[in-house]
Design a protein around this ligand. Sequence first.
Ligand SMILES: Cc1cc2nc3c(=O)[nH]c(=O)nc-3n(C[C@H](O)[C@H](O)[C@H](O)COP(=O)(O)OP(=O)(O)OC[C@H]3O[C@@H](n4cnc5c(N)ncnc54)[C@H](O)[C@@H]3O)c2cc1C
Length: 540
Amino acid sequence: MNVQQHPVLIVGAGPSGMTLALQLARYNVPLRIIDKHAEPLQLSKAAAIHARTLEIFADLGVIDTFLAEGQQVDILALRTRYKDRLRLDFSRLKHTPYPFMLDLPQYRTEYILMKKLEEINIPVERGVQLVGMQQNADAVEARLRHADGREEQVSVSWLIGADGAKSTVRTLAGIDFVGEAYADDWVLCDAKISWPLPRNEMTFSGDREGIFGVFPLPGENTYRMAYTQTRDRAGRLVEPDREDAQHSLERTGIDGKVLAAEQFWTFNLAHRQVTDSRQGRIFLIGDAAHIHTPFGGQGMNLGIADAYNLGWKLAYVFHGDAHDGLLDSYQRERASVIKGVIRTTHLGVTAMLMKEGRQAAARDLLMQAVGSSYILPKFLTFSFSQLAHHYRHSPIVKGHALRLQAGDRAPDQRFFDGITQSYQHLFELIKGTQHTLLLFIGEKQNQRAALLQLLTESARRYPGILDIRVIGTSYQRPDWLPEDVQYWSDRGRDLSLYHQFGITTAYLVRPDKYLGFIQPNPGWSELDHYLQQILTGSTR
Ligand SMILES: Cc1cc2nc3c(=O)[nH]c(=O)nc-3n(C[C@H](O)[C@H](O)[C@H](O)COP(=O)(O)OP(=O)(O)OC[C@H]3O[C@@H](n4cnc5c(N)ncnc54)[C@H](O)[C@@H]3O)c2cc1C
């Protein structure tokens, strides 16, 4: 057996594990990422990539490949008993560069992430399985089994279980996975279908026999079918084939024809969440930490967001820029988001599975009422896109201004910058791996000395951790700004979500693009106090 020292071992090269690897690599954290399968699997599980995930992919530098390859989908149509009841229009999403869903088979998502990792010399080690694990105060000792049967002992500072719903890491750590299984079995198949609905629309239909989902994928006539497995008159499950798929497709009430369907995959569903996603030096992300129904296509997106939340924190602790306590916020922030998703997806599937009777009639009326409301469909799309997920109750966020609260995802807005004479996205100002201090300076400038102190001390005390951007409405760069501070001019007052115009407001955007700290009339001591608290866990 070999004994090696690596700071991070990621177990599992699915979307969650590879996202974390990419994020840690941006901070130069040495890592290994292993997967028990010798080759990537060609399973097409997740189809829908949501707006928030696309924002993360943009930050990771892979967005162009996704946009070039994926199928843009604007509408999620929920149908019951052969009628449209509720249409959610993602093109109405605001404050994101990606107001849509992007459909792509999961194996292509994994391929793109894997290629990006290879590009930066972090190959996934395939055919390597975690089979044992023990931790002490200083390290996790992991036992890995290679495809040829050879065993290797490694000692790492942190071990990440990104090893899916049947997580070995979770089992070895003895962490409970609480929830329950659903009675229905499901079928999944990528098929060629003659389908009359527009290609920018995915449908989810419920009827007397169960649910049938049709999701457009890239390629002519190519769709994902996901449906509750048919039972025969005796209640036995029917082995899926093309004929069964055609019969099941008729559940939608839409005149479609299955042209070709080869590989069917059947699976059970459950909703479960871990009691702890951190145990000392061990973390769980993605399906290893939570599973639920595919309603709304949330699972893979959630796992990617877990990785994006944990990545910067782990990197800061590795480099000694933050105290270990920062890592506790991963569990605190993600657990409530996940709980909400499990609740919504459970409700969604339960409602869609109401087959007949008064309950089903009431559901149909309710869906129609929601559909005709102005605000509720917007709320639902905001929620499904995962743009609504927030950490407002996190112990490491503080403050509010206008309608933004610390713990919210930083929303994007477009503005015309009078300095470069070009349209800019706020996201351009905050991209990268550091914290960004956005300082929106008020029009009546009567606290110049305090702002100067804030700017100079921030740059001096937090180099490499904090980037500073100043935004004002004056077309001229204020002459009192230190030379090395960048200035943008929003004369059109487009950045209305952030700018109070009358008074100066500071927003500290975290590396995962959530608002960590907000303060109107900001001062250096408050910002310093906040950063000390989250980074060192102290208030020295
Ligand atoms: C039918 C279906 C449809 C879905 N549709 C959607 C959708 O539209 N949108 C969406 O967001 N989500 C969807 N999901 C959920 C999505 O597929 C999962 O949430 C996603 O795969 C989770 O990614 P992960 O990286 O956490 O885990 P996984 O993708 O399960 O990856 C885990 C990896 O760990 C490896 N591994 C396991 N054990 C070990 C070990 N001991 N040692 C080394 N490696 C190990 C495995 O080989 C695997 O590669 C769907 C799921 C299903 C089942």
